[in-house]
Ligand binder design. Structure first.
Ligand code: GAR
Length: 198
């Protein structure tokens, strides 16, 4: 019997290009027949990515994190997400460190994409780091989220060739192209290798 579609929550704080790539992968790419987007959530109601999701007809939700204490905010987000009966939480430019209670609520089912090798660089500004250090290549990482900052088990990495990339914009362009492919492919592999609970 065919496996039910895995229900995804995509969390973002900004532009949302990874969200758009995941939505396209669900529609016509490696996630087709494997997953559906249950909700796109943002901690910033004005995030461009949220409007982009709504324009595609995807369900959206938001809760402003401005001025909020991390644990109390995360508890509310967990409650919101539970309404959507989701199987996986995908951080896609979600610029917050998750509290332990959030991580436990979806243990082993939260993924993040990081634009560097998480063994070499954690946190913000990874493309700036690669550019400023004149790296000949960098690595995109998709990993499971644990309670640390970019410390969870790595699911997949892919090299980005940066030779000849003389501007930060070019570094980002090459990196994002890899991000957009790798996130969907890695998630598709994970879904295929996992039996969803009933
Ligand atoms: C992406 O490059 C993503 O890898 C990065 O933020 C960008 C979001 O872009 N995430 C991190 O740096 C997490 N530490 P997007 O909104 O266009 O997907």
């Amino acid at each position: 019997m065919a496996q039910p579609l895995a229900r995804l929550a995509i969390l973002l704080s900004g532009r949302g290009s990874n969200m758009l790539a995941l939505a396209e992968a669900v529609r016509t790419g490696p996630l087709k027949g494997l997953a559906e987007i249950a909700v796109v959530f943002s901690n910033d109601p004005a995030a461009p990515g949220l409007a982009a999701a709504a324009a595609l007809g995807l369900p959206t939700a938001s809760l402003s994190s401005r001025g909020r204490q991390r644990v109390a905010f995360d508890e509310e987000v967990v409650e919101i997400l539970k309404n959507y009966h989701i199987n996986y939480v995908l951080l896609a430019g979600y610029m917050r460190v998750l509290s332990p209670a959030f991580v436990r609520a979806f243990a082993g089912r939260i993924l993040n994409i990081h634009p560097a090798d998480t063994h070499q660089h954690q946190g913000l500004h990874a493309y700036e780091w690669a550019f400023d250090n004149h790296l000949a290549e960098t690595k995109i990482t998709v990993h499971l989220v644990d309670e640390g900052l970019d410390t969870g088990p790595i699911l997949a990495q892919r090299v980005v060739n940066l030779r000849g990339a003389v501007t930060l914009a070019e570094v980002q362009r090459r990196g994002l192209a890899v991000e957009h492919a790798l996130y969907a492919e890695t998630l598709a592999d994970l879904i295929r290798s996992t039996t969803l609970p009933n």
